[in-house]
Ligand binder design. Sequence first.
Ligand SMILES: Nc1nc2c(ncn2[C@@H]2O[C@H](COP(=O)(O)OP(=O)(O)OP(=O)(O)O)[C@@H](O)[C@H]2O)c(=O)[nH]1
Ligand SMILES: C=C(OP(=O)(O)O)C(=O)O
Length: 211
Amino acid sequence: MNGGVSLLVPIKPLHLAKSRLRDDRPAARHADLVSAIALDTVEAARRAAGVRAVLVVTSDPRLAESFAAVGVEVVADDPAAGLNPALEHGERVLRSRGEARIGALQADLPALRSAELAAALEQAGPERAFSADHQGTGTTLLLAAAHGALAPRFGPGSAAAHVSSGARALDGEWASLRCDVDTAADLRRATGLGLGERTAAWLAGAAGNPR
Ligand SMILES: Nc1nc2c(ncn2[C@@H]2O[C@H](COP(=O)(O)OP(=O)(O)OP(=O)(O)O)[C@@H](O)[C@H]2O)c(=O)[nH]1
Ligand SMILES: C=C(OP(=O)(O)O)C(=O)O
């Protein structure tokens, strides 16, 4: 088997996702934005050196179709019990195929640069490690040790939870890897870094059309 990390990318159903980013725009426009952000994130991840494969974990049928159209594999949440169980399910799927190195990448990184993700994977080496978000409290990337368990502790305060569970905090600057988008202010921050093409196109449409 070739080396490299197989990355799980979890995404909530579109009508539930990114509620903090929701404003008064129609539900379909919000779904388009969440979808564009996730597709840009996965596209950048797939191109990163050291990434062997990406497996999206989502029960959303439209997302499943969009990812299938660009050749990305999707599995549904099983059970539908929240983020960490979704990741543990994805981990079981990858382990059943003999994947040695597994990680989880958040789906809300629309400015992600492949080179920054590659640098984080390189710095982690074979260890269980994570990248905190730009606020230092959340987690944007968690890597299991080679042949080790992912043991995801995503949720409020996940950076501290990952440290407590023995993961090493990666310390590169990596602004694009740390720039998760939960709010409108985060989206402006990501725009300053340079958005992926689908999110940029969504924003151009938002500027040019009534919402
Ligand atoms: N497959 C799956 N992904 C999830 C689930 N819960 C959260 N996620 C994803 O995990 C990532 C981190 O979650 P959050 O940043 O809290 O995103 P969110 O829940 O969509 O945002 P808010 O509604 O604003 O809390 C996002 O990519 C979510 O879509 C879940 O139950 N299943
Ligand atoms: C679930 C997480 O994401 P967010 O902080 O974006 O909600 C996390 O960082 O663990």
